[in-house]
Design a protein around this ligand. Sequence first.
Ligand SMILES: *[C@@H]1O[C@H](CO)[C@@H](O)[C@H](O)[C@H]1NC(C)=O
Ligand SMILES: *[C@@H]1O[C@H](CO)[C@@H](O)[C@H](O)[C@H]1NC(C)=O
Ligand SMILES: *[C@@H]1O[C@H](CO)[C@@H](O)[C@H](O)[C@H]1NC(C)=O
Length: 364
Amino acid sequence: MARELPRLPVTRRRISPFKFLIPFVLVLSVLVIVVTQHFQSISYFLRPLWDKPPSPFTRIPHYYAPNMTMSQLCKLHGWGVRSSPRRVFDAILFSNELDILEIRYGELLPYVDRFVILEANATFTGIPKPLSFYENINRFAFARSKIVYDNISIGDLDARAKRQPFDVEAYHRRSLNTLIRRSGIAVGDVLIMSDADEIPSPETLQLLKWCDRIPPVMHLELHNYMYSFEFPVDYSSWRSTAHLFTQRTGYRHSRQSNLMLADAGWHCSFCFRYIKDFAFKMKAYSHADRVKKQSFLNPERIQRIICNGEDLFDMLPEEYTFSELFKKMGPIPKSASAMHLPSYLIKNADKFEFLLPGGCLRSV
Ligand SMILES: *[C@@H]1O[C@H](CO)[C@@H](O)[C@H](O)[C@H]1NC(C)=O
Ligand SMILES: *[C@@H]1O[C@H](CO)[C@@H](O)[C@H](O)[C@H]1NC(C)=O
Ligand SMILES: *[C@@H]1O[C@H](CO)[C@@H](O)[C@H](O)[C@H]1NC(C)=O
């Protein structure tokens, strides 16, 4: 039986290049647009596939209860007790966190011998900034006798030079090292290296002062907060360190040891009183590419994001496993607890309402 051969194949063969090429080009261009527009989100989402977490820390359990002697507390950590306390030096590079700095100095005043603080008239990326500590020095009169301050001038920079932020940062660190040595520190003293918003707790400093045989370098595990103490995030803050000073000790804000003292204080990021300070920090201190649109700096947007516990840069959390990533997606849940916070903050609650539960509205 002679069937009529379908003639389709011939037609199909002739049309196919166009029939498939056009949708293919369309889909490809849409993909290219989506990937370039959302490259950051996609790469963050896929982070568990391309990035490994930093090698794990060995956490030193941290014990405390009121009214215990230092001898009892040191013993619980496996350390001996000293007959006299070590001196403590607190070294920071300051940008513009005035309120958090007041809480830091108010909280740590009884335990710290010298507050070493350096600020510059430009950020690492060369954006000019006021010497805000110098301009507000009277606010810190209560700690004046312990403050060792200096400022550095950053010349006009060539915005296109790629290495420049690293060089400027290295210049900051060298200058801070000089200032630390000028502050009268001696071998065996405790040196805290951190950012202004990474505040070790008094309990931590008491251990460092009074206990013998503590590790020469320890990271401090801090409780992370975002915008205020109303938004606790996690305990992943590790950059702050405590050192027993030697002649070779130099300021760093990166991995320096595998040891980390657990639950050693607070890290409050973007804990500003004024919306303008959020916008400044977003522009000046982040990777410039994070501020993807000028509308990110819109004050109403910033205010809404603060009250909702959302992300200022519209980014996904930086996580190394999918389960952590999904857990942390979406806004940070609000906490109604103002327990276990710096006592200087609670004693001055009227002044720092914006950092406490229910205080998310900011002034411009
Ligand atoms: C604190 O300890 C001292 C001495 O060990 C004791 O006399 C005192 O009653 C304790 N205070 C409290 C509040 O437990
Ligand atoms: C910092 O101050 C110095 C000296 O006053 C000045 O020459 C320099 O231009 C300033 N840097 C910036 C980035 O404003
Ligand atoms: C810091 O900057 C101010 C203003 O530019 C200047 O007057 C002062 O001498 C600088 N140094 C110190 C240590 O205050």
